[in-house]
Structures are given as C-alpha cells and as structure tokens.
Design a protein around this ligand. Structure first.
Ligand code: ADP
Ligand code: ADP
Length: 226
C-alpha cells in the first residue's frame, strides 16, 4: 500500500522554483531515495514531506490523509537532517529521550526502557551515560537516528546522514541504517547526492534535476538507461 504521496507539488522561493511539479508515491516499508546534484530540490522535498515547509501548490498525503497544514510533530515522522546535531550538554540517553518530548513511548514501556531499546537497536547498548563528544561521527549519527525513531514514527526522513563521514564509516553506517530500516520495516525517504550510496541502500530511487523528478526506478534499472 501507499504510505505517502506527492501530487504535482511545487515550492517556490521568490523567483526560484526549488521543487517543480513533483509527483511520487512511496510504498509502505519502502526505502525510497531522492538523488541528484546539489540544489536540485531534494532537501526542500524532504522538508515538504516533514511539514517544515508548505507547498506553493499541489497535494501531499500520508495514506489517505491530506497533511496540508499539519505541523511536523503531528505527522508521525522521524527526521534526521544534516543540521540537526545532538545536544552537546546532554548525555546520549538524554538526547534519545528528547525524541519523546511530544509523545509517549510506543507500547507498554517506560521512557528509560524505550531509550534502552533504541540504543540496542542502533548498536549502542551501554552508551546512555556517555557525552556526544566521546562518540565517533558514525555513532553520533546513530544516536540521531535513535532520537528520530523514539516515538515510533510511521515514516523516517534522512537528509544526507553520512555526508560528514569518511568513505569507510559511510559504508558501514549505510549498512547499519539499512538493517535498522529492514528490522523495523519503516517507510524511509532518504536524500543523498551520492549515486553509489543511493544504489547501495534503496528499494527505489528518484533522480531529481532542476526541481523535477526525471526518473523513478529500482537501483538496478535506474543508471542503466541512456
Ligand atoms: P538540494 O537539497 O538538492 O541541494 P535544495 O532543496 O536545498 O536542494 O534547494 C533547491 C533550490 O532551492 C536551491 O536553488 C536553493 O538555493 C533554493 N532554496 C532552498 N531553500 C530555500 C529558501 N528557504 N529560500 C530560498 N531559496 C531556497
Ligand atoms: P542542505 O545542505 O541540507 O541541502 P542547506 O544547508 O543548503 O541544506 O540549507 C539549510 C537551510 O537553509 C534549509 O532550511 C534551507 O531551506 C535553507 N536554504 C537553502 N538554500 C537557501 C537560500 N538560497 N536562501 C535561503 N535559505 C536557503
């Protein structure tokens, strides 16, 4: 079934059309990637899905629900944006617990138990009392992912989560992200300018250019076409 759908969505900033008539459907449990060069509209598309931006025109649905005017904290999305750093003055556990500021933990668990569950999920068991600056870049990104997943969102939005890491860590992190995504079976929209990364992790890839979607296909097919 369809988890989210954009129909002819446009976002303008003055004379700039950042997103230009984008239509796409993301299936339940799918790992869907927006790929394309810097400035092509990927982040704006993700921010529209998250509710951090409003479309100039077009419609956006989560399942059957039109989410126009619905604020981010009511969209049931978890987000990891490049510029959403961890809070340095909070421990790892407190950073994850911050993800529960708008919501109770899903299921019948306490906040402390939920934080534990999430740290286990992202392979950081026992790190709750550490400070963020004691962690590696890849570990910090996993904390950010745990924080985003804390309330048990239906959709996970990830904007270039690996870009600050070196090639080896990036490859490791993307395998970890993919395995977390599969374990939870969570619908994921992923943004990257890196074609190799898109190929490695995605169920389907949307190639963007100049605010438009040029092609949507499985990684196997997408780069084969002329
Ligand atoms: P990408 O994520 O692919 O790098 P963006 O979505 O960030 O692309 O940006 C698409 C275009 O829209 C760029 O030309 C960018 O400068 C412009 N843009 C994005 N956000 C804003 C904004 N808040 N105000 C003005 N222009 C913006
Ligand atoms: P990213 O690197 O994740 O694509 P940026 O760092 O370019 O994002 O943008 C960070 C913030 O600045 C976003 O909220 C984006 O909408 C905004 N922004 C991007 N380009 C412009 C622009 N040309 N003018 C004003 N705001 C912009």
């Amino acid at each position: 079934s369809i988890a989210l759908e954009l129909a002819d969505v446009t976002r303008r900033y003055g004379d700039t059309t950042a997103v230009d008539g984008v239509s796409l459907r993301v299936r339940q449990g799918e790992f869907f990637t927006l790929v394309g060069p810097s400035g092509c509209g990927k982040t704006t598309t993700l921010r529209l899905i998250g509710g951090f931006e409003t479309p100039s025109s077009g419609t956006l649905r989560f399942g059957n629900r039109d989410v126009a005017g619905v604020p981010p904290e009511e969209r049931d999305v978890g987000v990891v944006f490049q510029n959403y750093a961890l809070f340095p003055h909070m421990t790892v556990g407190e950073n994850v617990a911050y993800g529960l500021r708008f919501a109770d933990p899903p299921g019948d668990v306490s906040r402390t138990e939920r934080v534990q569950e999430l740290l286990d999920l992202v392979d950081l068991s026992g790190m709750a009392d550490r400070d963020p600056d004691e962690l590696s870049g890849g570990q910090r990104q996993r904390v950010a992912i745990a924080r985003a997943l804390a309330p048990g969102p239906q959709v996970l939005l990830l904007d270039e989560p690996m870009s600050a890491l070196d090639a080896k860590l990036r490859e490791r992190l993307r395998m970890q992200v993919r395995s977390i995504q599969r374990e939870l079976d969570i619908t994921t929209v992923y943004v990257t300018h890196d074609q190799e990364e898109a190929l490695a992790v995605s169920d389907r890839v949307a190639v963007m250019n100049g605010g438009r979607i040029e092609q949507v296909a499985t990684p196997r097919r997408v780069y084969r076409e002329p």
